[in-house]
Structure formats: C-alpha cells, structure tokens
Design a protein around this ligand. Structure first.
Ligand code: GLY
Length: 401
C-alpha cells in the first residue's frame, strides 16, 4: 500500500479541520508537525498507548533482530501488567465492586491470521500471555471467567494475588465512602454530621470529600497517594494498554490488555478483549487498538472500523477520525453527553504510517497531560494525539465543580 502526496494533503486537511475549533494556533502547528512526520512510514515500527513508552526499546531491538511482531507487542504490554504501580492492567489493576481483579485482553497475529482473547480472567497476572496461549493451543478464540483461569493454570501460569496493598485500600475507600451499603449507618452516633440537613449539593460534596480524606488516612493510604486514590474513587478509570508492531517484511500484529473499568459489576467486560473493538490487525492493511470508554467503542467496533476504512483508502488519521465520528453520531453530536466519553485510537498502517486520534485532548482531572501515542521506529518518542474536539473530557459520573 503506497502512501501518496495526495494522502498526505488529505491527512493534513482532516487534521486541521478536526482542530478547526481550537483557538490556539500552537495546537494546530503541533498537530500538523505530527502529521508531517507520518508522511513517510518507516519499518520496523512499534506504536503503543503512552503507558507502553518505557518498554519500547527492548521490544524494538527484539523486532529488529528478527523477532515475531506479536511477541514484540507482548513484550511492551507485559511491562505495565507486571508493574504493581500501574493501576490499569495486570498486577495492581483496580478491582471490581467486590474487590476482585478481573482482567481482559486480546491479540491478533497478522502473519498467521489468528487471534486469542480472554475476558474477566482472575488471579493470572499476564492475560496478554494467556491470549497467545489460547491462540496457539486451542481451536477457540475467546475464553472467559473461570474457564479462562483454569486454562491458564493448565498452561502453567501461576495463580497470583493481583490485589496490591494500595489497590485493596482504594477499593475499601470506594466501598466505604462512595458505594451504597458499607460505612457506618443510621446507628452511628455521628450520622447527623455525615448527613446534615439543608445543605446544598456543593456543601454535601465538601463533606463527602472531607470524609474521604479521613477514611483514606484511617486506611493507611500514604499521604502522597491520597489525592490519586480519591480521584480513582470518584472517577473510575478505564486505563488500558494497546500495542501494535510491524516488521520490515510487512508482518503486523497487535494486542490490548486491561483491568477494565474500576469498581465495575463483576462479569463486566469492556472493549479490550473484543476482537474488532479493543484491537484488530489485518496483515493486508494494518493494526489498530483503543483505550478509553469500552462500552462506546464496542458499539462502533472501533478497531475493525478503522482497518476497514484504511482498506478502502483512508489514511490512518482519517480512518480513526471516522471511528470517533461514529461515537459522536451515536449521541447526535450532543457534547453535553459526549464530554463524559474518553476515547483514543492507536493506528498503524502496513507501510509504517501511523496516527493517534482522540475524542478530546485529555482528561479534566489531569490538565496539561494530553493523550499521547508512543512510537519507536528507530527513534523513541511520544506524540500528542490529534483530537476531534477541543478541550478535556469530564469524568463520569458528574460532580459539582
Ligand atoms: N477500555 C477499557 C475498558 O473499558 O474496559
């Protein structure tokens, strides 16, 4: 698949249109610069969500040395899965409402056109490795829950406790201060202090925040971790890692792994393990993956939509922008609701041209930290994604300012 000057011009125009509402000239210049860099695709290349950045060197060297594209991508995502301080995947991922960590992952191997997936798997730290085993050792594609765990154990994966001291305490903080039934009830002598009559919504929030800080201290959450813990309680994150890898022969693979939405209902599965939503790779076209609001991405089959768009001739940027617009269309363009949706796509075409696109520039809870795509094609870097709407997404559920 050749990448022509016409493709580049279209790409640049779409980039500037999508940013047209932004007042800051600097943002447009940055975006154009990023798209200019994609004019000539390089191979080999690895792209990932920003949380893969620290693991790109090792994977890139492996790929350059002739390593398989899926194995290279798995090297990247294993890093955050093993990291107890990454609360979005694997060990240390935030649990469901019952305090149990349930992990989702999927992979696609372009050269052999195979796929593997697990949903809601418990007690196994590296679901990304399990999905490869599903792909290689079964005639199935997708295993869930208890069956996925037993398969993993049969394959030699150790059962491990995935709840860390921190994630257990944040879950308790959520349970006691933000869920329905835990925490002292009416018999508590202090109940009037906790539910004072005649307070405004804002006052009630201040009381709730004060109580969260107190309970966080009682639970022994370190002072420097309390603000993060409270933010994770109020705004359940859906952190995820995606990675796609392309070698110099044009083989391409991808994988996505997550602990999913924090405090979810047990059994809830997001987009990450769904082939065609959280990840899709086609050896003829490219690979794409997603992080963000799983439920929204499932409804537009985001990764598959992007690959099919590119198959029909769209550039990576156009293909990703179109998938985002399908999410926008599902809400009839109502930004009062869309502002609660966060979505980022990471796209790698077979010729090495890539794009990172997102619905919004970043999260309101992390101003100054725009969404980024991490890249290694001989030089390692992280680039700001091209956002469809100016501004930041708001966390769901809404809270008083
Ligand atoms: N995108 C991850 C999830 O929604 O579970």
């Amino acid at each position: 698949m050749a990448f022509s000057r016409r493709d580049f011009l279209t790409t640049a125009v779409v980039g500037s249109l999508s940013l047209g509402l932004e007042s800051q000239e600097q943002k447009q210049q940055d975006s154009r610069k990023a798209q200019t860099r994609t004019l000539a695709g390089k191979r080999p290349i690895i792209v990932s969500s920003a949380n893969g950045y620290n693991y790109l060197d090792d994977a890139y060297n492996f790929l350059r040395g002739g390593g398989d594209t899926l194995d290279a991508a798995l090297r990247v995502v294993k890093g955050p899965e093993d990291d107890p301080n990454d609360h979005s995947v694997g060990l240390g991922g935030l649990p469901n409402e019952e305090g149990v960590v349930e992990l989702d992952a999927c992979c696609m191997h372009g050269p052999s056109r195979r796929a593997g997936a697990v949903g809601g798997i418990r007690n196994i730290k590296n679901p990304s490795q399990v999905v490869k085993a599903v792909m290689e050792h079964t005639g199935h594609v997708f295993l869930v829950g208890d069956g996925a765990e037993r398969f993993a154990v049969a394959q030699g994966f150790p059962r491990e406790t995935l709840l860390t001291d921190y994630s257990r305490k944040v879950w308790l903080l959520w349970k006691e201060t933000h869920s329905d039934w835990w925490g002292p009830g009416l018999a508590d002598p202090n109940w009037k202090k906790r539910f004072p009559a005649g307070k405004s919504q804002k006052d009630e929030w201040q009381i709730r925040m004060k109580r969260m800080k107190e309970v966080a201290a009682q639970l022994g959450i370190a002072p420097e971790q309390r603000a993060t813990a409270i933010r994770e309680v109020i705004f359940p994150p859906t952190g995820t890692i995606h990675c796609s890898a392309l070698n110099d022969r044009g083989d391409i693979s991808g994988c996505t792994t997550t602990s999913g939405l924090a405090w979810k209902l047990p059994g809830r599965v997001g987009d990450s393990p769904i082939i065609g939503a959280g990840c899709y790779a086609d050896q003829d076209v490219g690979s794409a993956g997603a992080t963000g609001s799983g439920e929204e991405n499932i409804k537009v089959a985001g990764a598959h939509t992007i690959i099919e768009n590119m198959r029909k001739g769209m550039s990576p940027l156009e293909a990703g922008t179109d998938a985002l617009k399908r999410i926008v269309r599902n809400y009839n363009g109502d930004r009062d609701r869309l502002k609660f949706i966060d979505m980022t796509y990471y796209i790698l075409r077979k010729d090495g041209v890539y794009a990172g696109v997102s619905l919004w520039e970043g999260y309101a809870s992390e101003p100054g930290k725009p969404h980024r795509i991490a890249i290694h094609d001989g030089s390692k870097r992280a680039e700001k994604t091209v956002n469809l709407f100016p501004g930041l997404s708001q966390e769901w559920p809404p809270t008083p300012a």
